[in-house]
Design a protein around this ligand. Structure first.
Ligand code: G6P
Length: 611
């Protein structure tokens, strides 16, 4: 999704803007641009299609510097990826803006502006905002007031940063529905879509609230809330280090993040489980009372986070014996759900900014749920701030678009939720101790599974030229098969589908032939024998089977069947996290062999802040 960076300082801010954009690359984008006020007070704009590197090269060719500027990476919504649609957009008299989000009433505003004599050079909704600001500024005389008048007319979601030639001492910001943070420096201030962009220049941040409009000068930040009252927004220190978002010795962020999983999962458990117990206060001060009253759970999420929720449903039902429903946010928010009494509403999100998940939470808060819980990786995110209970996954920044460590830490956090619910619904201290012990063992089991990398790398050679693949699993391994298929399609562009293995004969079996690899996750559980029968059905049709199996499964490699032996003693409660690892590695190595852009796959974005 689009990224914003801005800076005002007593030094040349162009390198800061470019480094900020580079650090936001993970969000996904198709073009980039920068607008800087140069020493003679004129706005200089450069825009390029493609990577930030292209913009950097353009700046070398056309030297650009200044002490005030804004920059942007664009992920196309209105209008194709092209230079003229790239941000910043400008209006008359040297007004420039960058925008994240979507303006829903842009057509009507555009018509009115056309009749007022404004001409448009792009197909974007953003250009409408630039001209609206100019239009209001003519009447109101001041850029801050003009931005406030403009945002009052906008319907939709936005984070905006605005500069104007006649106000060389400030950047104006506005936020509604899209994240934006202010980085506080020493006699200099910054702006960005998220903190990672600014970590090389500051650790201090101000998070704007919904509806805020702010004015940033070198030494001063002024914020007005949605009602126009002066608002005090706290300065918070980020615990992230500047190199948290660097690749280090790994060729790709995705591989680095796959190998960070033992540590990330261990960190997620730290201080939250001790002495064989789960410390449920980790969810928030009201957690004990809320879990005690919980009679059902509704989980809502998108993408990989949805798959984590789909796994949790099995555990919540089997272990805590509470009914649980899971739904993708973009569907849930447009239903009119019937909410059973005392249902806990749970959102899961890596970013905490996914527009559909956030909208679902806001809707749920009006729908009579018992309470809301967010399982999220970003402490300052909107989802965290708007939920009553929170359990942060401590995965650290996840940069690869394909989610890996965020997923296994979500499974871990959900495991803790299962224990918390089970405690209040029949599990005794011994049961609790047993479950906590299973959670503590997960990092070690993941570590062992990572040793399979060389085997999986070899295996990937047999997939790289395939056009399709099927993933099978049963029970809580069905969502793991879904996650495996999602990983393969998103980064290697091989069409992949997942099925609950028992459903195979109701359709997908027709697709099975020697050209269709069938990948199966087969831990040693009570569905193993059933799964083996399903695999016979594949083999009988000439399908090539690749099975990630428990050493005690009794399965052996044979003609057309490749067994990859997983670590021993993986219990039911651990299998989802552990068996997702080889599927991540498989898709990574397939993507490498196919030469795709592993960390930033085509058409995708990391943080989907539009509907
Ligand atoms: C995008 C990302 C996925 C992610 C999904 C949900 O599609 O590419 O990796 O699973 O959004 O994002 P969230 O931040 O809510 O987990």
């Amino acid at each position: 999704m689009c990224g914003i960076v801005g800076a005002i300082a007593d030094r040349n801010i162009v390198p800061i803007l470019i480094e900020g954009l580079r650090r936001l690359e993970y969000r996904g984008y198709d073009s980039a641009g920068v607008a800087v006020l140069n020493s003679s007070g004129h706005l200089r704009r450069l825009r390029t299609v493609g990577k930030v590197k292209m913009l950097q090269d353009a700046i070398v060719e056309t030297p650009t510097d200044g002490q005030l500027g804004i920059a942007h990476t664009r992920w196309a919504t209105h209008g194709v990826p092209s230079e003229r649609n790239a941000h910043p957009h400008i209006s008359r008299d040297g007004i420039a803006i960058v925008h994240n989000g979507i303006i829903e009433n842009h057509e009507e505003l555009r018509e009115e502006l056309t009749s007022l004599g404004y001409t448009f050079t792009s197909e974007t909704d953003t250009e409408v905002i630039a001209h609206r600001i100019h239009h209001h500024k003519q009447k109101l005389g001041d850029i801050f007031r003009a931005v406030r008048a403009t945002v009052a007319e906008l319907e939709g979601a936005y984070a905006l940063a605005v500069v104007s030639e006649d106000s060389p001492d400030r950047i104006i910001l506005a936020r509604a529905g899209c994240p934006v943070v202010i980085g506080v420096g020493n006699n200099e201030n910054f702006v960005a879509s998220d903190v990672s962009a600014l970590l090389p220049v500051t650790r201090k941040f101000i998070f704007l609230d919904e509806g805020d409009v702010a004015e940033i000068r070198r030494q001063d930040v002024r914020v007005l809330d949605a009602e126009g009252n002066t608002a005090h927004r706290e300065v918070r220190e980020s615990a992230l280090s500047a190199d948290a978002a660097e690749k280090g010795d790994y060729p790709h962020f995705m591989l680095k993040e796959i190998f960070e999983q033992p540590r990330a999962v261990a960190q997620t458990l730290e201080e939250r489980v001790a002495g064989g117990k789960l410390l449920e206060a980790a969810f928030g001060p009201l957690a004990t009372e809320i879990f005690r009253r919980t009679e059902a759970v509704q989980i809502v999420a998108c993408g990989t986070s949805y798959h984590a929720g789909a796994v949790a449903k099995y555990y919540i039902e089997q272990i805590a014996r509470l009914p649980c429903w899971v739904e993708i946010a973009s569907e849930y928010r447009y239903r009119n759900p019937v909410v059973p009494k005392n249902t806990l509403f749970v959102t899961i999100s890596q970013s905490g900014e996914t527009a559909d998940t956030l909208a679902a939470l806001r809707m749920a808060k009006q729908s009579g749920y018992l309470s809301s819980l967010s399982i999220c990786n970003v402490p300052e995110s909107s989802l965290v701030r708007e939920s009553e209970l929170v359990l942060l996954t401590r995965a650290g920044p996840e940069i690869g678009v394909a989610s890996t460590k965020a997923f296994t830490t979500q499974l871990t956090a959900l495991g803790m939720l299962v224990v918390a619910l089970a405690k209040h619904h029949g599990a005794d201290a011994e049961r609790e101790r047993g479950l906590v012990q299973r959670l503590i063992e997960i990092p070690g089991l993941i570590e062992k599974t990572l040793h399979l990398e060389p085997t999986i790398k070899e295996l990937a050679k047999r997939f790289a030229d395939k056009h399709h693949a099927l993933f099978l699993g049963r029970g809580q391994m069905h969502p793991i098969a879904m996650e495996g298929a999602l990983k393969l399609k998103e980064i290697s562009y091989i069409h992949a589908e997942a099925y609950a293995a028992g459903e195979l004969k109701h359709g997908p079996l027709a697709l099975v032939d020697a050209d269709m690899p069938v990948i199966t996750v087969a831990p040693n559980n009570d569905l193993l024998e059933k799964l083996k029968s399903n695999l016979q059905e594949v083999r009988a049709r000439g399908g090539e089977l690749y099975v990630f199996a428990d050493p005690d499964s009794g399965m052996q490699s044979s003609d057309g069947v490749t067994i990859i032996t997983m670590p021993k003693h993986v219990s039911h409660f651990q299998a989802a996290a552990v068996y997702s690892i080889p599927l991540q590695l498989l898709s990574y190595h397939c993507a490498i062999l196919r030469g795709t852009d592993v960390d930033q796959p085509r058409n995708l974005a990391k943080s989907v802040t539009v509907e």
